[in-house]
Design a protein around this ligand. Structure first.
Ligand code: ZN
Length: 220
């Protein structure tokens, strides 16, 4: 076909115009979305290399998330996530792995500065694969998917703003730093599941949850 010759492409057809810059950009985007190494170059030509994503390191938290999710599972979900190769799909996946619950209702006392509009949520992070669902803490969740805290919170806040209308939160205000009851029970059950020799993580007194709970508040 004569009209596909390259010589004629610059003159009259927009479709056939070559755009090496666009290709580079797409290639870079694709590499980035698949968690591969990619480079950017500033106008001055200065190159910046972004390393390939790697399964993150053990959170080493006292709750041993990495022992609950085996290395094989961690590798699987990591690869599956980056193989999606699409930023939006990945964000949707992340949102689907996080359970967001409104903090439980507590009626305001009379005269208390009530009805303030701050909405409190607690988030629980799950590793879901092959019909298994394992709750981990945020730090482990970020490490397993090799994503930044910023990316996760942007994805989640977008989801919340476009999600279903929130239920009326008036009168629901527990202290901001209060750990929701469900979370406390999760931590407690988890600690009880520790083999005894690992108790150096949570001090000698097994009943003393204070160390764990302060960690918990910081990370959730
Ligand atoms: Zn952990």
């Amino acid at each position: 076909m004569a009209d596909r010759s390259e010589q004629s492409s610059s003159s009259n057809s927009r479709k056939r115009k070559r755009n090496p810059e666009e290709w580079k950009k797409n290639k870079r985007k694709s590499l980035r979305n698949r968690g591969k190494e990619y480079e950017t170059a500033s106008k001055s030509g200065e190159k910046r290399t972004f390393a390939a994503k790697q399964l993150g390191k053990d959170c080493r938290c006292p709750l041993k998330c990495f022992e609950k999710v085996t290395l094989e599972r961690r590798e699987n979900v990591f690869e599956g996530f980056w193989e999606l190769g699409d930023w939006t799909a990945q964000n949707a996946f992340l949102c689907g792995s996080v359970k967001v619950t409104a903090v439980k209702r507590r009626y305001a006392k009379k005269g208390e500065a009530s009805l303030h509009s701050r909405r409190n949520y607690s988030r629980q992070y799950y590793i879901n694969d092959n019909g298994m669902s394992t709750r981990v803490f945020k730090k482990a969740f970020l490490a397993i998917y090799a994503i930044s805290n910023g990316r996760l919170s942007r994805a989640l806040s977008k989801m919340q703003s476009v999600g279903s209308p929130q239920t009326d939160q008036r009168g629901r205000h527990e202290p901001k730093n209060k750990t929701p009851e469900e979370d406390v029970q999760f931590v407690r059950a988890h600690i009880q599941s520790f083999p005894t020799e690992s108790s150096h993580y949570c001090r000698k007194d097994k009943a003393n949850l204070s160390g764990t709970c302060s960690y918990f508040k910081e990370t959730v």
